[in-house]
Write a protein of this length. Structure first.
Length: 155
């Protein structure tokens, strides 16, 4: 009889833990969705959700005037070109007609993880880097491709 009570108690603890985990996932999804809706109500389009450290998330946003991610902001008219990079190695690039992008730095040695980013070159010679993550299974690659294509379409 005590074995059955112990088994029932263990099952109740496991089911409660699973329930709490499911509710935390649901709450995070609702919070993220309300964040997206708040940004979209400002007239911005969500291009990609960029995962950050821990549970952090950054939205890469676009509107008629510019691009926004985290605390960064770049006006579309300022962007002269861009590069899609993997571990600082260039996979694709674009530039406005008549603009020559600077020579890229040498690529990093492979650390065992993929680091995806998009570099935006501005008309005044400055650069802005959009870090797109280090996730496996193509997630960061897809995020970086979305950001790169959005900046390319802006010209």
């Amino acid at each position: 009889m005590w074995v059955q009570i112990a088994a029932a108690a263990a099952l109740a603890v496991v089911l409660f833990s699973i329930f709490r985990y499911a509710m935390a996932l649901r709450a995070a999804k609702v919070a993220r969705q309300s964040w997206r809706e708040a940004e979209e109500s400002l007239g911005r389009r969500v291009v990609a959700e960029i995962p950050g450290a821990g549970d952090g998330m950054t939205l890469f946003l676009e509107d008629d005037e510019g691009f926004y991610w985290g605390a960064e902001e770049v006006r579309k008219r300022q962007v002269a070109g861009g590069r899609l990079r993997l571990n600082r190695g260039i996979l694709a690039s674009w530039a406005r007609p008549g603009v020559v992008l600077p020579e890229p730095p040498s690529a990093e040695d492979f650390e065992g993880r993929e680091t995806w980013d998009v570099v935006l070159y501005l008309e005044d010679g400055a650069t802005r880097v959009v870090p797109c993550g280090t996730l496996r299974e193509g997630v960061s690659r897809e995020i970086a491709a979305r950001v790169f294509q959005a900046t390319r379409r802006a010209t």
